[in-house]
Ligand binder design. Structure first.
Ligand SMILES: [Zn+2]
Length: 318
């Protein structure tokens, strides 16, 4: 029998899951439309039945545990708590409900912590004991590993670098406060920056022809690669803001590496080069040159499943 863990990533619209072996091979995978299940019990039943049928059609596999990445997930309690983008309100005892379906140990955390665990077990952070993963998507998530351990904190919700204040009194954030890191340093933050610059600056730009609702970080990065003046300024501004958050995190925990992951990180060197430049020029001298700023080394297409499966490998693997 080959041991596997189940990795489950619950997103606002889509849930992906798969069975993953110790080397990071995703042996079989599937998905559910999260919004088809407004009632949590129906969701966990559907998930349980899908996982059971995967195991049934692969009788040589032995499931040793389930790892789940989900918004606002609490590692200590195995719950999802007050997740604004999910239909399940209040406090959802997710780990207990999933364990009722498939009787193996279950570990739950948020998607950014799962991404960091994926990096540690299957990606570029193998062998590292001190590193940070920043997921630059619609928002900014972070997973912080210190001394080989994920930092969960007193409440289980540690690692909310996306909601550290980067510009006092700055942009309004979804959390109800202002100036949070993620309102600048994320794919949607970059779009906000471009929209501001388009209205405040007179530079010509191909981005002026795109309706604001259709503007994406991908399109902006392409325009920056073609030296579009607004796109270049917006990328540079965003890189500087990303760097601010990184130098604060470096002062706090002195990581060996910071991995950038997610939609905005796809911009590649157009983003990494200025981020490294700003980190180098602004970081405290004792840390200069000590921190690698790297792209994620977990395959993007499977990253969510691999991260969640890595959680279970880390927790329940031998
Ligand atoms: Zn916030």
């Amino acid at each position: 029998m080959k041991e596997v863990t189940a990795g489950v990533d619950i997103g606002g619209t889509n849930t992906v899951f798969g069975l993953v072996d110790k080397t990071g091979d995703v042996i079989v995978e599937g998905n559910l439309i999260t919004t088809d299940y407004p009632e949590i019990h129906d969701f966990t039943r559907a998930l349980g039945s899908a996982l059971r049928s995967m195991l049934k059609s692969n009788p040589d596999l032995k499931l040793i545990g389930t790892g789940i990445g989900a918004p606002n997930a609490n590692y200590h309690k195995g719950t999802i708590e007050l997740a604004p983008n999910l239909a399940w309100k209040g406090i959802v005892p997710l780990a207990d409900l999933v364990k009722k379906e498939i009787d193996v140990p279950v570990v739950v955390t948020n998607d950014a912590n799962a991404a960091a665990m994926g990096e540690m077990i299957f990606g570029g952070a193998k062998g590292m004991k001190e590193f940070i993963v920043l997921t630059l998507g619609t928002g900014l998530g972070s997973g912080i590993v210190i001394n080989g351990q994920m930092v969960y904190g007193h409440t289980g919700h540690a690692g909310e670098l996306g909601h550290t204040t980067i510009v006092p009194g700055g942009r309004v954030c979804g959390c109800g406060r202002r100036g949070c890191y993620e309102t600048y340093a994320s794919a949607s933050g970059l779009v906000r920056t471009v929209l501001e610059m388009l209205s405040e600056l007179r530079d010509p730009s191909v981005l002026r022809d795109i309706p604001p609702s259709q503007l994406t970080s991908k399109r902006i990065a392409e325009a920056a690669a073609e030296k579009d003046p607004i796109a270049v300024k917006a990328m540079d501004f965003t890189a500087e803001k990303i760097a601010f958050g990184i130098i604060n995190a470096i002062a706090f925990s002195s990581p060996e590496a910071v991995f950038l992951f997610g939609g905005l990180a796809q911009a590649g060197e157009a983003l990494f080069e200025p981020v490294r430049k700003y980190v180098d020029s602004m970081v405290m001298p004792i840390f200069r040159g000590t921190v690698k700023i790297l792209p994620s080394n977990v395959p993007e297409s499977n990253a969510a499943v691999l991260g969640a499966a890595a959680l279970a490998w880390n927790e329940f693997g031998s």
